[in-house]
Write a protein that binds this ligand. Structure first.
Ligand SMILES: [Cu+2]
Length: 114
C-alpha cells in the first residue's frame, strides 16, 4: 500500500463563484520524466516564484532532481513519481541527477527562470 489517497481534488464547479483550491495563484508546475540517463525535457523555462516540480522516474534505478543554487534536491525511486514545491529566482541554472556518475552520463539540463 503505497498511496494514502489524500489528493483532495474537487471537480465540477457548483455555481458562479470562483473555485478555491489549495494551489497558490501563479503556481507553476513542471513535469519531468527521467530514465537512464537523461531528463525530458532537458530545458525548463519558469517564472520567478513558486514552482512545483513533478519528476517521474521511468527508469530501473533511483535518480534525483537537483539544482544546487536553488536548494532543490529530491530522490525519485524507480517507477515512482515525486512532486515537490519550491520557489525559484530569476537566473539560469543547471539541473542534474546527483547519483554518482549520472551527471557525466548525461543527466543534466537547463532551468531558465525569467
Ligand atoms: Cu540518475
Amino acid at each position: 500500500m503505497g498511496e494514502d489517497g489524500h489528493m483532495g481534488g474537487h471537480s465540477g464547479p457548483a455555481g458562479g463563484a470562483p473555485e478555491l483550491t489549495d494551489v497558490a495563484p501563479g503556481t507553476q508546475e513542471f513535469s519531468i520524466k527521467t530514465t537512464e540517463y537523461s531528463f525530458a525535457p532537458s530545458k525548463i523555462e519558469a517564472k520567478p516564484g513558486p514552482a512545483t516540480f513533478v519528476v517521474e522516474n521511468k527508469g530501473q534505478i533511483i535518480h534525483d532532481f537537483t539544482v544546487d543554487q536553488l536548494g532543490i534536491h529530491f530522490n525519485v525511486a524507480a517507477g515512482q513519481t515525486v512532486k515537490k514545491p519550491y520557489s525559484v529566482e530569476a537566473g539560469r541554472y543547471e539541473f542534474y541527477c546527483s547519483v554518482a556518475g549520472h551527471k557525466q552520463l548525461g543527466m543534466t539540463g537547463t532551468l531558465e527562470v525569467s
